[in-house]
Ligand binder design. Structure first.
Ligand code: NAD
Ligand code: ZN
Ligand code: ZN
Length: 329
């Protein structure tokens, strides 16, 4: 089969490789659509924690089951599935504590093991979730980022009735805003410097969409930093109301430092909470995507053939589209 391969020296190539052999508890999936995101750019340009090179990227995907291991129950050939890429050990302290995203042996598909930018990909059956065909290829490949967004909202310890501000109108920020709205936030606003993103935010039902500098007045109960930019984090801290919660979703460089004022943290009883990956929110995301299918599809910008991976990555770097996806036709 053909597969995309990224080597540690930042090169992308199309390689020929044997179709993966599946274990008794795995299924073989033929991808139909795969999103690319900042993680893929990190894998390509710098290296990302847990990456195994050569790496076949692709961790946001859906597809059809084409073979089933002998011990697999509940899945059969032909099923349309979305895949939680986070393959965990199930044995460590964090897995046992119900925190699989913190597993010490985490090996995500498309990062620590071969991903979906290939004709076939092997998937542990417990990571494959059957979805209705009517969800469509594009939205099915948005379930993984949606699950991360749901975990971010879960990490905030509840948005109901609260005024929420989301920094970043990328895939994460938009999906967090949509999830917060659906979960009964009092109001939801998005801050992004890109006029194109602000327009899309309004189109998907987030009318308070403004540039960061326009948020200089009233404070918010909950602020999500989903831009991954230090300036956004600094501004986010300054916009927290008393008892406010800041959820750190954006992934900063590992050695990046940001000054914060401990007196304000104490005096205003702020909470700073990190949110990492999708935790146990994949199944809820499979359900929730049905409610926001139209909005989710509006976030999908250009699609490229998987074999044009480099073109797709370059287009994504231009920053115009919210989500760029790979097709397999
Ligand atoms: N915690 C998780 O589970 C998780 C999951 C996926 C992605 N991420 C991280 O979340 C961040 C966002 O991911 P994405 O896929 O949406 O990325 P993205 O690049 O599509 O979106 C980032 C957005 O932030 C905007 N931005 C830039 N500077 C800003 C500022 N000062 N204020 C407000 N917005 C600003 C950009 O215009 C862009 O629209 C990244 O750092 C990514 O690595 C985290
Ligand atoms: Zn991703
Ligand atoms: Zn574990």
């Amino acid at each position: 089969m053909k597969a995309i391969e990224i080597t540690q020296d930042h090169k992308i190539s199309i390689v020929e490789r044997a179709v993966p052999e599946i274990s008794s508890t795995e299924v073989l999936v033929k991808p139909t659509r795969c999103g690319i995101c900042g993680t893929d750019l990190h894998i390509l340009h710098h290296g990302f924690v847990g990456t195994h090179y050569p790496c076949t990227p692709g961790h946001e995907f859906g597809g059809h089951v084409v073979a089933v291991g002998k011990d697999v129950q509940g899945l059969k050939e032909g099923d349309f599935v979305a895949v939680d890429p986070n393959v965990v050990c199930g044995e460590c302290r964090w897995c046992k504590a119900g925190r699989p995203n913190l597993c010490v042996q985490l090996a995500p598909i498309g990062v620590g093991r071969f991903g979906a930018a290939a004709e076939f990909v092997s998937v542990p059956s417990r990571n494959a979730f059957r979805v209705k065909q009517s969800i469509g290829d594009g939205a099915a490949a948005m379930i993984e980022p949606l699950a991360c967004a749901l975990h971010a909202v879960e990490s905030s310890q509840g948005v109901r009735g609260h005024n929420v501000l989301v920094f970043g109108g990328g895939t994460m920020g938009m999906l967090i805003a949509l999830a917060a709205k659906a979960q009964g936030a009092g109001s939801v606003a998005i801050a992004d410097p890109s006029p194109a993103k602000l327009l899309i935010a309004r189109q998907v039902g987030i009318p308070i969409a403004k540039t960061p500098s326009e948020f200089n007045g009233d404070p918010f109960d909950i602020v999500f930093e989903a831009a991954g930019v230090t300036g956004a984090l600094t501004q986010a801290m300054g916009l927290l109301d008393k008892t406010g919660t800041l959820v750190q979703v954006g992934v900063h460089d590992e050695d990046k430092m940001v000054p914060f004022n401990p007196f304000i943290l104490y005096e205003r009883e702020h909470k700073f909470i990190g949110s990492n990956s999708c935790a146990k929110q994949f199944e809820p995301a499979v359900d929730f995507i049905e409610d926001i299918k139209t909005q989710t599809e509006a976030l999908i910008g250009k699609t490229f053939s998987v074999w044009d991976f480099e073109k797709a990555v370059n287009s994504m770097s231009s920053g115009e589209a919210v989500k760029t996806q790979l097709r397999f036709d």
